[in-house]
Design a protein around this ligand. Structure first.
Ligand code: NAD
Length: 307
């Protein structure tokens, strides 16, 4: 297949590009390097340095590459930025995505696989793990903008474009940007390896569903090889507190300092885990990487990158 990955120079996008190349596909990445990095991109992938908000440029890319499948991952992906600059967040995550969608419809793309969010979509559900029928109640503009494009995607695709929406939990793994706003695993791992102080926002009792990036890539590959449509949670269903994560990473990195506790961040979800049984039933997907194994791979990659 010829495929295009928007956000292909980012954390998750670059792993997806790698997975697609390994599966023998012709892969192009589209990225404006807002947070992504050129060195993340594996050789073998074609690169278009373009902003998804630039309608003419995006249409030109699609006309030139003619992908069968577009994986849309380019995003303003930081919860805190979305709170400080909701207009910018919506500009990229809604308006930019709509321009990409218009270009996909105009150039006859067969399928779009949109990476939404599961971790920032359902707010604080009454019952966990949350399935796809759980009411959508984002606590920050980021979750709202990601969900808004899901709704546009539902409305705009009348037969021509197949589309599937992935709603991943908290993704972690090698190449996650520890300097960004998101990615507690990357931030802790890098600071611990450097022997620097590690801050925990709030009590550390907040719980998340951490899913390994390789498992998310597998879900994206399965999503493009079927003709299914709809939204799929991608998570492990397991809750891990930030304090537990700190302890596990301290063991993996040999860190012996205590964390520094600082005030909680407004807009952050306190407890979320995802029920991915729909993805298991319909896509044949299940997470295979246990948290300690995934953390080990992540720490090893960070250690190698720092040498
Ligand atoms: N990391 C997670 O825990 C997580 C969880 C759920 C969903 N997601 C979603 O997965 C996707 C990838 O997230 P990530 O963690 O890899 O983030 P990331 O910031 O590493 O990747 C986003 C990529 O999009 C690019 N980009 C941003 N604005 C752009 C624009 N206007 N035009 C073109 N490219 C642009 C960035 O340069 C970057 O390469 C995002 O859509 C995010 O919402 C991430």
């Amino acid at each position: 297949m010829r495929v295009l990955v928007t956000g292909g120079a980012g954390f998750v996008g670059s792993h997806l590009v790698e997975g697609l190349l390994a599966a023998g596909h012709d892969v192009a990445a589209l990225d404006n390097f807002a947070t992504g990095r050129r060195e993340n991109l594996p050789s073998g992938a074609h690169l278009y340095q373009v902003d998804i908000r630039d309608a003419d440029a995006v249409t030109a890319v699609l006309g030139d590459w003619r992908p069968e499948v577009v994986y849309h991952l380019a995003a303003q992906s930081a919860v805190r930025v979305s709170i400080e600059r909701p207009d910018f967040d919506a500009d990229v995550n809604v308006v930019g995505a709509l321009r990409l969608l218009a270009a996909c419809l105009a150039t006859g793309v067969r399928r779009m696989v949109y990476t939404s969010t599961g971790g920032a979509l359902y707010g604080e559900p009454m019952a966990l793990p949350a399935d796809e029928l759980c009411p959508v109640f984002p606590l920050a503009p980021y979750g709202l903008s990601k969900h808004t494009f899901e709704r546009y995607l539902d409305m705009a695709t009348t037969g021509e474009l197949e589309r599937v929406i992935l709603r991943p939990a908290n993704i972690y793994g090698p190449r996650q940007d520890p300097h960004g706003e998101a990615g507690v695993v990357a931030i802790f791992a890098e600071r611990m390896l450097r022997g620097e102080p590690v801050r925990i926002f709030g009590s550390g009792d907040q719980q998340r569903d951490f899913v390994y990036v390789g498992d998310v890539v597998e879900a994206a590959l399965l999503a493009s090889s079927s003709h299914l449509t709809g939204a799929y949670n991608i998570g492990t269903g397991r809750l891990t507190s930030v304090n537990e994560l700190f302890s596990a990473l301290a063991v993996a990195t040999g860190y012996d300092r205590a964390p520094q506790y600082t005030p909680a961040i407004p807009g952050e979800v306190f407890r979320i885990s995802l029920d991915a049984s729909k993805a298991e039933r319909e896509l044949g997907w299940a997470p295979v990487t246990p948290l300690d194994g995934g953390l080990g791979l992540t720490v090893e990659a960070f250690r190698n990158a720092m040498e």
